[in-house]
Design a protein around this ligand. Structure first.
Ligand code: ADE
Length: 226
C-alpha cells in the first residue's frame, strides 16, 4: 500500500510516520507513506496557497490551483483508489471503513486548512470525505495521521504478530476484553483466575463474555449496529 498526503504543514506529520508500527512498516518496505508540501505546486511567487472567500466573511479558503495541480501531478504517476479529503463534515471514520480502505493499493489524502477547500474541488476531484470525529482540528494533518495509522496496522506484515490487529477492539464489532500482565497480584488486586489456568477454551469463552459485557456497558450503540 502507498499513501500520499498533501499538506500545508508537512512537518507536522514527520513524527507520527517515523515511529512505532508505521515507522517500522515504512522502513521495511511494507508500506510507503509520502508527505508532500502543497506549496511545491503553488505558481504564486510567494508560494501562497490560500485565497479570500467569494461573498466575504471571516477566514481564508485554500486556493484551487496548487491543490488541483498537486493532485493531477500525483495522479499522472499512479492511479489512486480514492482521493480522500479530511474534513470535520465528512463521513465519521469507523473500523469498517478502515478495513475496506486497507485493501486499496494507492490512497491520496488531502489535509484541509483555513476554512477548507473550494466546493467545486470537493465535488469534482475528491472521491471520499472523512472526519475522525465531531470536533474541529486546526487542520486535517492529525486526522490524516490517524487514518494512515489505522490503515497501516492492517497491512499484512506491518504487525509482527498477525493475530494482534484482528483482535483489536471493533474488529468483531465489540470492544476488546481487558488484558493483564505480571504480577498475578498487584496491591491486593488479583488477575482473574481463568487467565492463570492455561485452559485455552475457557480463556476464549471468558474473553468473549468480557468483550460482550464491556460493549453492552460502555458502547451499547455498537451492539445495536451489529
Ligand atoms: N479537519 C479538522 N477537523 C477535522 C476532523 N475532525 N476530522 C477530519 N479532518 C478535520
Amino acid at each position: 500500500m502507498r499513501i500520499d498526503i498533501l499538506s500545508a504543514v508537512p512537518d507536522l506529520l514527520q513524527g507520527p510516520f517515523s515511529e512505532s508500527i508505521v515507522g517500522r512498516a515504512r522502513k521495511s518496505g511494507v508500506v510507503e507513506v509520502e508527505v508532500h508540501d502543497i506549496r511545491k505546486w503553488s505558481t504564486d511567487k510567494h508560494g501562497k496557497i490560500d485565497d479570500t472567500p467569494f461573498g466575504g466573511g471571516a477566514g481564508m479558503v485554500m486556493a484551487i490551483q496548487p491543490i488541483v495541480d498537486a493532485i493531477a501531478d500525483l495522479q499522472s504517476q499512479r492511479t489512486y483508489d480514492e482521493v480522500i479529503y479530511l474534513t470535520p463534515d465528512g463521513e465519521r471514520l469507523a473500523q469498517g471503513r478502515v478495513n475496506q480502505l486497507s485493501l486499496c493499493g494507492n490512497l491520496l489524502l488531502l489535509c484541509g486548512h483555513y476554512k477548507g477547500i473550494d466546493q467545486r474541488i470537493r465535488e469534482q476531484v475528491i472521491t471520499m470525505e472523512l472526519s475522525i470525529g465531531d470536533y474541529v482540528l486546526s487542520g486535517g494533518e492529525l486526522a490524516a495521521a490517524v487514518l494512515a495509522d489505522a490503515l497501516v496496522r492492517l497491512v499484512p506484515g506491518a504487525i509482527g504478530d498477525g493475530e494482534s490487529a484482528l483482535t483489536d477492539s471493533f474488529q468483531d464489532g465489540l470492544l476488546a476484553p481487558p488484558v493483564y500482565t505480571r504480577p498475578a497480584e498487584w496491591q491486593g488486586h488479583p488477575v482473574p483466575d481463568v487467565l492463570l489456568g492455561g485452559h485455552h477454551a475457557e480463556i476464549e469463552k471468558w474473553r468473549m463474555e468480557q468483550a460482550l459485557e464491556r460493549t453492552q456497558r460502555l458502547r451499547p450503540d455498537l451492539l445495536d449496529e451489529a
